[in-house]
Write a protein that binds this ligand. Sequence first.
Ligand code: HEC
Length: 208
Amino acid sequence: MKSETTLIGGAMVMLALSVSALVILPYLELHDVEPTPGLKPYTSAQLRGRQVYISNGCVYCHTQQPRTKEFAAADFARGWGRATVAGDYAYDTPPQLGDMRTGPDLMNIGVRQPSEQWNLGHLYEPRAYVPGSIMPAFPYMFEVKSKADQDDVVVTLPPGYTPANQVVVARPEAIDLVKYLLSLNRSFPAIAPAATATAPATPVPAKP
Ligand code: HEC
């Protein structure tokens, strides 16, 4: 009986400790983090695109968390941007951190590859842009038709990739997804620049 009480008591203590360390402390530390100055809230189209990103499993191959120079110099050398801070994810619930890098980190893809046409074409057929790419194509986000309608967003692909006598048109989910990708931009500083109030007052020229 005594050993059972010790076992149950021990299990309860372990549970309480792990809930405190993994749930309560992180909550206290992060629940009221302010957005990093410069970070814009998503538009409704970008939010729809984020949902397309989630439902197509982009997170299985792409992270959104460049690390510090000291910790991972390669992240910086590859041009993935500065290390992110909690405030960079203020509008991301849940953040798409990812834990596998089969493809590059995408936290700053909007800066690195700002072309809507490139991103649309790359989603339609990655190998048209990066020979030997192992990224899957997402052809169901596009429509191949004989003639574009008035409001269609036609994708101009590299020579040889558009089916003969057809046009490739982006469906709304591709357009929203690319709007989301282009919004991924953490090129502003992680820490707010010093408040202007503390800057020295502009010198007033002395009267002659
Ligand atoms: C099976 C893994 C895999 C999945 C799933 C995947 N990708 Fe990729 N992605 C890659 C690889 C590998 C590359 C690098 C080669 C290339 O550019 O095609 C890449 C490259 C990219 C790039 C260009 C990055 C750069 O720095 O040039 C973008 C943008 C991108 N992927 C977006 C997406 C989106 C959006 C999704 C989901 C709809 C997605 N990927 C799903 C593997 C993947």
